[in-house]
Design a protein around this ligand. Structure first.
Ligand code: 5GP
Length: 182
């Protein structure tokens, strides 16, 4: 089973996924490849396979990805070798991808379950501004991406509201996963 969890940045997705792994230790995580730089708290091979743009392009040419996207100027791709063992299997794998990637995966594998973690557009944009780490132009770019993502959320199998506290969103997502556990 592929379980695709998706949200705009700042919507709490990473925290929710971390909590889900505590509750379902047997679930696997699809480690994507990315060209972005590793952050200090990340581990290569666990959070991502951190690779150069040349390696990324070579893998793409070699047909090693099921989907790729450019997000905020970096490339990301879901590797076939990660997900293939979980197709036609009762074992669950969680994928953390952007909205377009999620919808592409759903097109490819109708049986994949897609979940959108929802926080109102205005809340996300005000968080982004308060963070004060991006330039005005960058905030503009990210805001229009959040808008595009919100417009696509109705194509997901489930929408989980994360505006009333993370615990509620985690338990709602947990309930969804439980429906699919044999
Ligand atoms: P970050 O760089 O903050 O870890 O991730 C940025 C965005 O890229 C997030 O929305 C994350 O879900 C998305 N992402 C991570 N891996 C993949 C992938 O393999 N494919 C796609 N389409 N998006 C990904």
């Amino acid at each position: 089973m592929l379980f695709v969890i998706c949200a705009s940045s700042g919507a709490g997705k990473t925290t929710i996924i971390r909590e889900l792994f505590k509750r379902f230790p047997a679930i696997s995580f699809s480690v994507s490849a990315t060209t972005r730089n590793k952050r200090p708290n990340e581990t290569d091979g666990k959070d991502y396979h951190f690779i150069s743009i040349e390696e990324f392009n070579a893998k793409k040419a070699n047909n090693e990805f099921i989907e790729t996207e450019e997000v905020h100027g970096n490339f990301y791709g879901t590797l076939k070798r990660e997900v293939e063992p979980f197709l036609n299997s009762k074992d669950i794998m969680i994928l953390d991808v952007d909205v377009k990637g999620a919808l592409n995966i759903k097109d490819l594998y109708k049986e994949a379950v897609t979940v959108f973690i929802d926080v109102p557009y205005e809340v996300l944009v005000s968080r982004l501004k308060r963070r004060n780490t991006e330039t005005e132009a960058e905030i503009e770019k990210r805001s229009s991406r959040i808008k595009m993502e919100a417009e696509l959320k109705h194509r997901f199998d489930y929408i989980v509201d994360n505006s009333a506290g993370i615990d509620k969103a985690v338990s709602e997502t947990e309930k969804i996963i439980n429906k699919y556990i044999a």
